[in-house]
Design a protein around this ligand. Structure first.
Ligand code: HEM
Length: 406
């Protein structure tokens, strides 16, 4: 199968459910491969890392968007993401990122540990009682979604009663992060974006009237203090922080639990030695990455992995494939938390390196150790259902039985 055909398979419903065979077929042609006119896919760990750090590789800007879809400004979904730090290049990117990064200091993240633990324990007890008598419980709806939502809402100062609103809106909006989307996807994503922007417009007004000790107030004050953040940028970054804060972490929890339940011996070791949680979480992030890809365009002609990328190329950086590069990870398809070298590319690299990586790792470490300790007999029950998404890889439902409590 040639690279273009393999790429088409990757984009198909079958490829979205299990992209790993297509990654290996692409890798057979080299770490960087042309998959279409002006289109390249990168599967090598070193090459993805290098390209993400290369200042000549840029996230899509307005010129690119005007060329690809001239009506993008009319789409609430595309224009919201375009105004956030996720899709902005320096110097605007550095300005926005600096403002938000103040809230993600290691000290502030460490201080979240008690919030995460208390929230996890509450959800575990609720799951235990819902699963009494062997009744199956959906892990996604009962734990993987509510935990990260509660945490990011606490940071942003979003009232707890509003948390249930976000699951649908965020799932709809993140459809636009797929490498190929249809008009129908865009209509759905626009509806989600409109709700989210409307929600944050009201929250911003409320915090302006009555400031609080939260990230929303901090960003509102940065906006009001001068020209450091425009009104559109303020709303776009709040939406992206909320959505990036849980859609991805939800998938770390779902994908990770499924792997642990399929590797009982490794899970038992973690239960007995919670001090190994950091290595386990990094290996789970590597083994089945919640974010499988990102993309960049080359602002000038450059060479990567022995391949010439002409200026203006669209380059898909397949994080999930790089994390299974055998040159970096021997026997990459084996789950092995004892690997000498981890540092997966699951949070990206370079200037857009995930702002919430420390928080996401903390959530994973706290969640898995507490789940395994309180629910040692947790087991899969029935067939889990994957979402049909390539970029944000996760489960729609993950039915489990809770079993005997510890
Ligand atoms: C950026 C993954 C959790 C906020 C990114 C990027 C990746 C990523 C791959 C870089 C995208 C690119 O280079 O194009 C993940 C994963 C997570 C996670 C796998 C969970 C397991 C979080 C959390 C937050 C967050 C909890 C917020 C609290 C952000 C933000 C950016 C980002 C704001 C944009 C940074 C920038 O453009 O400078 N994330 N993320 N993420 N993430 Fe995360």
């Amino acid at each position: 199968m040639d690279p273009a055909e393999t790429f088409a398979t990757l984009m198909s419903p079958e490829g979205r459910l299990d992209p790993y065979p297509a990654y290996e077929r692409l890798r057979a042609h080299g770490p960087v491969v042309q998959t279409g006119p002006g289109l390249y896919a990168v599967t090598g760990y070193a090459e993805v890392d290098e390209l993400l750090r290369d200042p000549r590789m840029r996230v899509s800007d307005d010129t690119w968007r005007d060329m690809m879809l001239p009506q993008w400004r009319d789409s609430p979904a595309l224009s919201t993401i375009a105004r956030s730090m996720l899709e902005t290049n320096p110097p605007d990117h550095s300005r926005m990122r600096r403002l938000a990064a103040g809230a993600f200091t290691p000290r502030r993240i460490a201080a979240m540990r008690d919030v995460v633990a208390a929230q996890a324990d509450e959800l575990i007890e609720a799951m235990a009682s819902a699963g009494r008598g062997g009744r199956p419980v959906d892990f996604m709806a009962n734990f993987a979604y509510p935990l990260p939502v509660a945490v990011i809402c606490a940071l942003l100062g979003v009232p707890a009663v509003d948390r249930p609103l976000f699951r649908r809106w965020a799932a709809d909006l993140t459809g636009v992060l797929e490498p190929e989307i249809t008009w129908d996807d865009l209509v759905v994503a626009d509806a989600g974006a409109t709700e989210l922007v409307g929600y944050f417009t009201e929250l911003v007004a409320a915090r302006r009237r009555r400031p609080a000790d939260d990230l929303t107030t901090a960003l509102v004050q940065a906006h009001d203090a001068g020209d450091r953040l425009t009104g559109d940028e303020l709303l776009a970054n709040l939406v992206v922080l909320l959505v990036a804060g849980f859609e991805t972490t939800t998938n770390l929890l779902g994908n990770g639990l499924a792997v642990l339940l399929a590797h009982r011996r490794a899970a038992d070791v973690l239960r007995q030695h919670p001090e190994h949680a950091p290595a386990y979480v990094d290996e789970l992030l590597r083994y089945d990455s919640p974010v499988q890809l990102t993309s960049r365009t080359s602002s000038e002609t450059l060479r990567a992995g022995g391949v010439l990328l002409p200026a203006g190329s669209w380059v898909l950086l397949l994080l999930g494939a790089a994390n299974r590069d055998p040159r970096r990870y021997p026997e990459p398809a084996r789950f092995d938390p004892w690997r000498a070298l981890l540092s997966p590319l699951s949070f990206g690299a370079g200037p857009h390196y995930c702002l919430g990586a420390g928080l996401a790792r903390l959530e994973g470490q706290v969640a898995f150790t507490r789940l395994l300790r309180r629910l040692p007999a947790l087991a899969l029950s029935g067939t889990p259902r994957r979402r049909s998404r390539l970029t944000l890889r996760g489960y729609e439902t993950l039915p489990v039985t809770v079993g005997e409590l510890a």
